[in-house]
Design a binder for this molecule. Sequence first.
Ligand SMILES: Nc1ncnc2c1ncn2[C@@H]1O[C@H](COP(=O)(O)OP(=O)(O)OP(=O)(O)O)[C@@H](O)[C@H]1O
Length: 305
Amino acid sequence: MTAALTATQLTRRFGRTTAIDQIDLVVPTGSIFALLGPNGAGKSTCLKLWLNLLRPTAGEATLLGRSSRSLRAADFERIGYVAEGQDLPLWMTVDRFIAYCRAFYPRWDHALEKRLRDLFDLPGARQLKHLSRGMRMKAALLSTLSFRPEILLLDEPFSGLDPLVRDELVAALLELPGTDRPATVVISTHDLDDVQRLIDHVAFLHDGRLLLSESLDALTARHRAIEISAEQPLTPPTAPPGAAWQRIEQPFPRALRAIDTRWDPATSPTALRAAFPGAHIEDRPLSLRELFLLLARRVKTPSVR
Ligand SMILES: Nc1ncnc2c1ncn2[C@@H]1O[C@H](COP(=O)(O)OP(=O)(O)OP(=O)(O)O)[C@@H](O)[C@H]1O
């Protein structure tokens, strides 16, 4: 596995606030990597450190094998960044803005530009300052996706987009890696339902600390929602298989719901059947939203099981 982006003991403080706290992170080349976490977790700061828009207080961020502190102008032909509320030349019309951007990128993909223009349906003759928030986001995405960056950093890209365009944006992003060069996408978002089918890796930040970074498949595989119902009252087991259960609920005495955080498909179903003989047992994977809520609640109230 090669790394497109890394963070090593990366730290950024703003006065007394530690926005990023000694993060070690590897983003594999070609991955679509979600940076998740509650408000104020440090996601935007992390992206800005990679882009050298902010200096680290300590540690290092790298992209394309180079420290973000020493990125050259030519490197930015390979790196795209779209953020909610980012500075755009508001006096330009959409057409002028796109022509202006096109001139900077030798690898501009005209066919992709055309497809995204049709998709986003932007009024070419209108000045950016007269676009709605969502339309401005579309203009920023059009100007960035069209040069097919090798690294694409997206900070809340779905903000202000209607559900149809969100869906089509996901489809456009899914196409990005299928070219001659693998594209790596890091996406900070709260729109979990939108990114679920897009991403293959997840990192979870909380209060500037990295709590988890792994493939979505591995994260999904080791968490399972289970539901048990029986003829007689049930008690949650404290030893395995119940030892790693969280969010235990007992809507009535003969029913149990929980999330198993150490699910193993080879052993867990058998252990459940042995612990609850004769009971009706169902299990299902968790959605990204459910996983997020589980992680966020775990750090908020660590004693909650
Ligand atoms: N320029 C700044 N000056 C002072 N504090 C800042 C600055 N930028 C960020 N912070 C603080 O750093 C912390 C992390 O902020 P950041 O914007 O990175 O979080 P985030 O995870 O992107 O949040 P959200 O999901 O709300 O966008 C917050 O406590 C924030 O108040």
